[in-house]
Design a protein around this ligand. Sequence first.
Ligand SMILES: C[S@@+](CC[C@H](N)C(=O)[O-])C[C@H]1O[C@@H](n2cnc3c(N)ncnc32)[C@H](O)[C@@H]1O
Length: 439
Amino acid sequence: MLQAASNPSWLVTAIDFNPAHIAEARAWAHAAGLKNINFIEADLSSLAESAAAQGIPEADFVTIHGVWSWVSPAVRQGIVKLLRDKVRPGGLVHVSYNALPGWGARLGMQRLLRTVGLSVPGRSDRQAEEGLKFLRALEQAEAIHLAQSPSAKNLLSRLDQFPAGYLAHEFMNGAWSPCFMADVAEAMSGAKLEWVGSAQLTDNFPVLTLSEAQYALQRQFDDPITRELIRDMSTDNPFRHDVYVRGARRITQAKRDAALMDVDIALNILPESLPLEVPAPAGKAELNPAFYQPIAQALRDGPCKVGALLGLPDVEGRRDNPAELLGILVGYNFATPAARSGAAPGVEARLFNRMATYRFAEGGNLNQQVGVASYRLGVPVRATVLDMLVADCVDAGLTGANQIAARATPDPEQQVALQPIVQEVLDNRIPVLRATGVI
Ligand SMILES: C[S@@+](CC[C@H](N)C(=O)[O-])C[C@H]1O[C@@H](n2cnc3c(N)ncnc32)[C@H](O)[C@@H]1O
């Protein structure tokens, strides 16, 4: 829905076999007045052969997020058939999944949580909670594959943050099986899809993910799939986001650089918040302030072309490497490519955001991170529900924290307590939402 709201000229087809998901999504789209999205309730294992598939148009871009490693081999085959029939030559497919060997040390954890869960009667979320309780007890009892596995311990320590429904979805699923990237690539070749890179941009830069020794060993192989296996063996990466193309065409580096110079990007943070270092295999990599600060400042009010940023007079450093600039700024989520750089906030995106904000607010957690639509970027922007409530007030012409607090509550004491919180959003988040075209 966020894609449809951010790109009103697109026609989006959304598929799921759970009728509750489809009904809820249709209700949201209706409430937001979204006309460019069709919802199909279908089982992907048989959709390609069904009459419903005839109505699905050819696709330029497909995203299969959080599905592949959760479904049976028959459903995976059905997905490949649908991609084979519907992805246009030159079309892009994004697929995300739980990956091996990253998940390897945690396999026993999932298996035991599910086995224990299934031994108690009741709903799957209750079962997942029982399974988790048992895992914790076994960790306390120093079970080797829990207490002495850093990766299992790390995951176990974070599971409390998730609602029971999510645990059930993740761990009680009988079809769940994490995959080696090579096996997903092999399956995708059945739809003439070729792996071209990781959607997590930093993964495509060995210097940001591998040590020198690991990179030297990786370079012994030309095959990109073998290189990815070596990378997956060298890093703790339990979840992959991969991009495939139907009919990838090679281009020269000069052509690639020219295309990248022409990309517009918008900053997702205030220029002052750009850190001086980022995580890297050897601990941290420094971001030269003489290079990055002028670029960040130039992006304060909205998107700019990479070529224009690298041509800024006060930038000190290499001006001929647009891939590195994009890799760092977009890869670490400091910036996002902007599809329509100078565009005003779109009507469809604003209506959707308004509707979604008040629905999320009903949940009561105003610090919840959500995605919001942006016509300027053509992709969603992250914001909290509180950010969006304040943004809605700003949109309505309220400018002061006191005015906004007064609109939120009639209680004077609560207004006083609220003002600094609203001021923080006005100072730090509203400028970013403006620059990214959300408001
Ligand atoms: C982890 S969720 C991901 C949902 C969504 N893609 C997202 O990003 O939030 C997996 C989804 O796959 C759907 N699903 C599972 N098996 C399916 C099947 N055989 N056909 C169609 N959808 C299926 C589930 O109903 C669920 O909504």
